[in-house]
Design a protein around this ligand. Structure first.
Ligand SMILES: [Fe+2]
Length: 395
């Protein structure tokens, strides 16, 4: 008989418009806010993808049509810092916005959610949230226009930011940060460069694998992982060959959405905190690439506790496997076959920087952290083994 588990948190999160052409829904969304008397919007973006994707043309038109006054902060970079968030709040404050519209991938959407909290709770800054542990209960409403098929940030309550002086990139989880509306339109993702296509999809894969195997996992997160991983295995190789294949993008975006729902309920465990420390040390490291480099070794580590489940959810990628090493090798070979052939040493890490990462990571997890949601016992030795093993290919 299948065992019951504890209380599972399942939230549908945001109202998400999903599908080709969903960007057109921005007019209806703005009309709804206008009907509530809201007429000033703070727009948050990175430097260029909001334009290159084609999203901005439609959103700017809709803001003007509905008579919104708006300000625009376009300085959010990948791996955003608390200082960038504070700068955005300073620049946007005079507008006295009643709504935040974030247009971008996970970094922009995460930053938009924190900006919405800080614009609502004047007097607080980003370090109050990320360093001092303040937890406000309110935020301005957020419309999240998603431009990558990776993070699921458009529908979840998480926001990751880096505190540079602590080399700490950590996630904040606040119920008030769920975007009220999200737009997931795969036609806005056709201009994603090939590396981003890969790294964002592999980020989604990691969300699905981790959420299904934490100590908070449930039948719900396992179901999401089964479905999402099946779609990634089917469509990612095709999207790499045919970046303009809209059908492939649609299903990768669907998998990414499922990944967002999965981590919103089941959280993450080893791969994410280990990667966050790497990209806090080297901010130029793309999140999805760092995760992907670590994944084979993490799977090898959790295999003893989750062998049957891993066989079930990873079957479309690996086929049958009968040992932890075979599983790690099969996943590594699949990743290599997609064109991601680097390991930690190739991207500038060594035994010394691994030791540095280990120090920062263990300090950041003191007093609790997602690392301890892993299905196996976590200690310094295990974390060191995963980092060290990931310096070179396992095979
Ligand atoms: Fe992620």
């Amino acid at each position: 008989m299948k065992e019951q588990k504890g209380i599972v948190e399942i939230r549908a999160g945001s109202i998400d418009y999903f599908g080709v052409g969903a960007i057109e829904k921005i007019s209806d969304i703005l009309k709804t806010y206008k009907g509530q008397g809201i007429k000033r919007a703070a727009v948050v973006t990175g430097r260029s993808s909001y334009r290159i994707s084609g999203a901005w043309q439609r959103i700017e038109e809709a803001l003007n049509e509905e008579g919104f006054e708006f300000g625009h902060f376009d300085g959010i970079s990948p791996n955003p810092t608390v200082d960038q968030i504070d700068e955005a709040v300073r620049e946007l404050s005079p507008l006295d916005a009643e709504l935040v519209v974030g247009i971008g991938g996970g970094s922009v959407l995460d930053a938009s959610k924190v900006i919405a909290v800080l614009l609502k709770n004047r007097g607080l800054n980003a370090r109050d949230l990320y360093v001092k542990g303040k937890r406000p209960y309110s935020a301005l409403p957020v419309v999240a226009v998603n431009l990558t098929h990776g993070t699921g940030s458009e529908i979840d309550r998480y926001a990751v930011a880096t505190v540079p002086e602590l080399k700490d990139k950590s996630g904040l989880a606040l119920d008030c940060m769920y975007p009220e509306y999200a737009i997931d339109d795969p036609s806005l993702m056709l201009t994603l460069p090939k590396e981003q296509l890969l790294y964002t999809s592999l980020d989604a894969l990691n969300h699905l694998v981790e959420a299904a195997t934490t100590t908070l996992s449930s039948a719900y997160t396992e179901m999401l992982a089964r479905e999402g991983i099946k779609e990634i295995a089917k469509w990612l190789p095709l999207a790499v060959k045919e970046p303009e294949n809209l059908n492939a993008r649609y299903w990768l975006l669907y998998a990414s959405l499922l990944g967002g729902m999965a981590i919103d309920s089941g959280v993450v465990h080893i791969t994410h905190p280990l990667e966050h420390t790497l990209s806090a040390i080297k901010p130029e490291l793309p999140h999805g690439l760092g995760l992907t480099v670590l994944l084979p070794s993490v799977l090898r580590a959790i295999y003893p506790a989750k062998k049957d489940l891993l066989q079930d959810i990873l079957m479309p990628i690996t086929g049958k496997f009968s040992s932890a090493k075979e599983l790690a090798l099969k996943v590594e070979n699949w990743i290599f076959s997609l064109g991601v052939t680097v390991k930690l040493r190739d991207i500038g890490f060594s035994e010394e920087t691994v030791e540095e990462a280990l120090q920062y990571l263990m300090a950041s997890q003191e007093g609790g952290g997602s690392l301890y949601l892993a299905p196996v016992k976590i200690d310094r030795e295990l974390v060191k083994r995963i980092y060290t093993e990931s310096l070179e290919p396992i095979g």
